[in-house]
Design a protein around this ligand. Structure first.
Ligand code: NAG
Ligand code: NAG
Ligand code: NAG
Length: 386
């Protein structure tokens, strides 16, 4: 009994000191007309850090082990991709240094693929009550911490690219506009900056897709009442496309003349120009967590555990070489599986069994040690250790 009391007292006192540490930061009000990444760095996501520390522990090679330990300190985004993840968000937002940003990927809409007969959009009520409102109250309870939110990866490309299917153009876009507009309104708080997901150059960079994509982004932004804390777009989230490879991974394919955006840098410029014409915020962040090696995919849209991948450019707000690009960030925690390669699994997606996917890969969200070690070995630029 005595021991239990002591442990409880310890927990209370450590909770108390964490709260104090956070209260030591002044309340923040970020100006989304400026590049906040110049003044703040992405906070390491504690769940990813734990994965990486455990991974480093079992690596024998001394150099590789040191490289792994460097990755443990990297800032990565936390993925709010099912409502169970909300309970973890407390750990992610506790004890954040004043100069750090907490990154959150809000992915509550895409529980399906609108091209498939099984597709059911997430109802507005569910989205509001299970994702957006609880997230908004967590953000409101932490007025001294800055948050960067990436809003709904994967949804816009599916709508635009399959707009000839009524299940995509009708339901999905109605739900996209309604749900995402609500998220933009509810999360429009002084300590938050938002980036709307815009796919990547390989999905929305095509001649036929750029304008509709810009129009859809403008429509959802306007429907939300042009919220002040929207800064622009997020590209290549969880993706593989190169930031600035020229002429680009698919430049020699027969259809390449119809894709104006062979790399993410060009994509940000082209989509950014279209957005500015509609008065939609057009600054961008780009994910470079796993795109260090290119030329690995057979198709632009191959997205699952690409084999041969390496960690990409380290996060930077100074080295993007493009005024429209606020920062290169690590949105995805490299080593966390995109999906299982086992065809017998109920969650199997054929994309994860493709020729260019790494096998074996565990279920989505699970750790893949071999994949992580591959990312370390193939990192470009290499991970410097002393
Ligand atoms: C936000 O930054 C812009 C651009 O630097 C500036 O014009 C504007 O006055 C700032 N707004 C506030 C409220 O400080
Ligand atoms: C959705 O399914 C279609 C048809 O199987 C496929 O072509 C498309 O790539 C899928 N989209 C995603 C994001 O998995
Ligand atoms: C959806 O769009 C993708 C990309 O254009 C295409 O590969 C796929 O075949 C489409 N799916 C259907 C079911 O039309």
């Amino acid at each position: 009994m005595k021991i239990v009391v002591t442990i409880a007292a310890l927990l209370v006192s450590s909770g108390g000191s964490l709260a104090l540490a956070n209260q030591a930061c002044p309340p923040v009000s970020v100006n989304a007309s400026t590049n906040i990444w110049k003044n703040y760095v992405l906070n390491p996501n504690p769940f990813y850090r734990d994965h990486v520390l455990a991974a480093a522990e079992v690596i024998k090679d001394p150099t590789l082990k040191k490289q792994a330990l460097k990755i443990a300190d990297m800032g990565t985004f936390f993925w709010l991709d099912d409502n169970m993840a909300l309970s973890k968000l407390r750990a992610v937002t506790d004890d954040v240094p004043c100069q750090n940003i907490v990154g959150i990927v809000l992915q509550g809409l895409t529980s399906g693929n609108c091209t498939l007969p099984s597709f059911r959009p997430v109802e507005f009520d569910t989205y509001q009550k299970a994702y957006v409102d609880p997230l908004a109250s967590i953000l409101r309870a932490k007025p001294t911490t800055v948050f960067a939110i990436i809003v709904e990866p994967d949804t816009l490309p599916a709508i635009i690219m399959n707009s000839t299917l009524s299940s995509c153009s009708g339901l999905a876009s109605t739900y996209y506009r309604k749900n995402v507009a609500y998220a933009l309104m509810a999360l429009n708080l002084p300590n938050v900056v938002m980036y709307l997901d815009a796919g990547h150059g390989g999905t929305l960079g095509w001649e036929l897709n750029l304008k509709p994509a810009a129009a859809e982004l403008a429509a959802v932004y306007t429907a939300a009442g042009s919220p002040s804390q929207v800064r622009g777009i997020a590209v290549n989230i969880g993706g593989w496309n190169s930031w600035d490879a020229s002429p680009g991974e698919f430049a020699t394919t027969y259809e390449s003349p119809r894709n104006y955006a062979q790399n993410e840098r060009d994509f940000v410029k082209r989509l950014g120009n279209l957005l500015s014409k509609t008065g939609t915020p057009n600054h961008a962040i780009a994910d470079t967590s796993r795109n260090g090696v290119y030329g690995l995919r057979r198709e632009w849209t191959d997205w699952c555990n690409v084999n041969g991948a390496g960690f990409g450019r380290r996060p930077t707000a100074d080295g993007t070489g493009l005024e429209l690009a606020d920062a290169l960030v690590w949105a995805k925690g490299g080593g966390i599986s995109d999906g299982t390669s086992n065809p017998a699994s109920a969650n199997y997606n054929p994309y994860c069994g493709k020729q260019d996917s790494f096998k074996p890969s565990p279920e989505k969200g699970e750790w893949n040690q071999a994949y992580f070690e591959m990312l370390l070995e193939n990192a470009h630029p290499p991970i410097a250790v002393d």
